[in-house]
Design a protein. Structure first.
Length: 365
């Protein structure tokens, strides 16, 4: 980068009306060679860099305005302003300058830059090559013909840029240019108006967002008011139901406790009363049979009952052997004869010739 300060001087162009002035403060970018001198004002240059960076995802185009002069065989091109073509679709394969686009350019030119003319165009395409596509070259010839019209190409991602001029039948890349600084009131006014429009647009978007937000809040408030009473009412009903449930449980517990106390008291009373055994689930036939059996038992003679029972159950059927007793003597003593000796032996599981001892108890038939 080279900064060069020139003294103010007016150059009288040959073939061009009026005089032109070389800027005071300039910054040189690249190497300046040849007869083409390109000067771009800082406001315009910054504006072009900005729209390229802000739209780095797509192509952008702009019209360059200013003036061109000649002196001593050298061309002096001054780019003082730029107007972005935001509505134009831009790509290396598609560039269309429609009548609507040119109408837009002429309106801005008349409103902000009445003393300037179109001196070229600007093109920003992400990923574009500095070797210009045929479509770009043809577009330049169709709309910006002549040696005094230039093209500024900028790649927004790598920030590579270059000026091109049509000479010797082709688009020739220029090796350098100047950036100069001055008040440039027309471009400054244009930028202020563009910023104001952008801020207004942003405010409209913000106002729309705020309006939408407020509307949602109002709708929410209306909904809350609509369902406020039913909600509280539902909560009250739930609370009453919960209280009632607690009361019911408490009453049930009280009843259970009272019932338990009554049952305990009843059990104690039953324990103190004499126990009576009553036949359960007995059929009438069984009751009848039981009564008949009892009656039959009452009719059986006492002696038969004693004879039918085992000898060891009742004392009446047992006999304690005395000193000098034999089985025969015992039979004669109890039955009056010795015929029952065999039965006595069978009943006591002994033999007639087995020894018996005084004090021994035997069973009698």
């Amino acid at each position: 980068m080279i900064e060069i300060v020139y003294e103010k001087e007016k150059q009288k162009p040959e073939g061009n009306e009026g005089y032109f002035r070389i800027p005071n403060n300039i910054r040189q970018i690249g190497e300046i060679t040849g007869t083409q001198k390109i000067y771009i004002e800082d406001y315009a240059y910054t504006y072009l860099c900005r729209i390229a960076t802000e739209n780095s995802h797509k192509g952008m185009a702009a019209i360059l305005m200013g003036q061109s002069n000649w002196k001593d065989g050298n061309s002096y091109l001054f780019i003082k302003s730029a107007v972005a073509l935001e509505e134009m679709e831009v790509s290396e394969e598609h560039l269309a300058f429609t009548q609507e686009i040119w109408n837009h350019v002429y309106e801005k030119n008349k409103e902000y830059f009445p003393e300037q003319e179109v001196v070229g165009w600007f093109l920003s395409i992400p990923g574009c090559s500095m070797e210009l596509h045929e479509i770009i070259c043809q577009t330049h010839l169709n709309h910006f013909g002549g040696n005094d019209k230039i093209l500024l190409v900028r790649e927004p991602l790598e920030k590579e840029e270059a000026f091109y001029r049509y000479e010797d039948g082709k688009m020739s890349r220029q090796t350098g240019f100047y950036v100069y600084y001055e008040k440039n009131e027309p471009m400054r006014s244009f930028l202020i108006s563009q910023n104001a429009k952008q801020e207004k647009k942003t405010e409209e978007v913000d106002d729309s967002a705020v309006h939408t937000f407020r509307k949602k809040v109002e709708m929410k408030s209306e909904t809350e008011e609509k369902y406020k009473f039913p909600v509280f009412k539902t909560v009250g009903v739930c609370a009453m139901a919960a209280a009632l449930a607690v009361g019911v449980l408490y009453a049930n517990d009280y009843k259970k406790e009272k019932s338990n106390k009554t049952a305990v008291a009843s059990i104690k009373e039953k324990e103190e009363e004499p126990v009576k055994v009553t036949p359960v689930n007995r059929t009438p036939d069984e009751n009848t049979k039981s009564e008949e059996t009892e009656e039959v038992k009452e009719e059986v003679p006492k002696e038969e009952v004693q004879n039918s029972q085992p000898a060891n159950v009742s004392a009446q059927n047992s006999y304690i052997i005395q000193q000098g007793d034999t089985l025969t003597k015992i039979s004669i003593k109890n039955y009056g004869n010795a015929k029952r000796v065999k039965e006595i032996c069978e009943l006591n599981q002994i033999q007639e010739n087995d020894l018996i001892y005084p004090g021994q108890t035997i069973l009698l038939p």
